[in-house]
Design a protein around this ligand. Structure first.
Ligand code: 5RP
Length: 233
């Protein structure tokens, strides 16, 4: 079998997750390149008659799903979901995740926790022994941004964190605005020895709207790589 490139692996993980979907389900649709594979494959199934109702986790995903004529709802109209399928930037053996590389962590966390089950789809390079190599995205209110930055640094004291405001791609050097009108700090830890403690400390900072540590939320991770598909959880 020829070696899978990372994008093929993402699509394989997405195709595997599609087996969990059946007619009548209410689904949360994640954000990012792996989730986009899932949405694209789901669109093919919907065109062939699958009956689902979906809540997207970002404007980007909403637009993609609309283009594929996938029936959409909102969490206000459909506050309880059966299954959310989403990607991740890192996962560990305890199904703890870092998410938010695509900037959608707040809606992703709300949608995932409104679901009976969250299943993560990734390529195998996202597995880590210890979370934190990928910079942890932290979504913050625009008010008092410098004060919040210092409070985050204090909350993460001992973890060696340095946070930078995420900028929009391109040359204008403007801060990236989330779908919710907030900024993101990308916090470089190197390794996060105590993810649970860090999650609590970040939640205690008033300017922090949400952070990208997903702990106790994912029920399973479908990870695809050169050796095939592994399911964790
Ligand atoms: C978006 C996310 C994505 O799921 C995460 O960044 C993984 O992205 P990709 O599938 O493109 O590797 O959390 O906010």
């Amino acid at each position: 079998m020829p070696a899978l490139n990372p994008d093929d692996a993402k699509r394989l993980a997405a195709a595997t997750a599609l087996d969990l979907v059946s007619s009548g389900m209410r689904l949360g649709l994640g954000t990012g390149s792996t989730a986009a594979h899932f949405v694209s494959l789901l669109g093919e199934r919907v065109a062939a008659g699958l009956d689902v109702l979906c809540v997207p986790t970002s404007e980007r995903t909403r637009i993609q799903a609309e283009e594929l004529s996938i029936p959409l709802s909102t969490l206000d109209e459909t506050p309880e979901l059966d299954l959310t399928v989403d990607g991740a930037d890192e996962f560990d053996a305890n199904l703890r995740l870092i998410k938010g590389g695509g900037g959608a962590l707040l809606r992703e966390k709300i949608v995932a926790t409104a679901s009976r089950r969250m299943v993560v789809i990734t390529d195998s390079s996202k597995f880590v022994e210890t979370l934190g190599k990928f910079p942890l995205p932290v979504e913050v209110n625009l008010f008092g941004i410098e004060a919040t930055r210092r409070m985050i640094a204090r909350a993460a004291a001992g973890c060696g964190c340095s946070g930078e405001i995420r900028l929009r791609q391109g040359a204008d050097a403007e801060p990236y605005l989330t779908d919710n009108g907030h900024y993101l700090f990308d916090c470089r830890f190197g390794s996060i020895i105590d993810p649970n403690g860090l999650a609590l400390a970040l939640r205690a900072v008033p300017g922090v709207v949400e952070h990208g540590l997903f702990i106790g939320i994912a029920a399973a991770v479908i990870s695809a790589g050169p050796s095939g598909v592994d399911v964790f959880g």
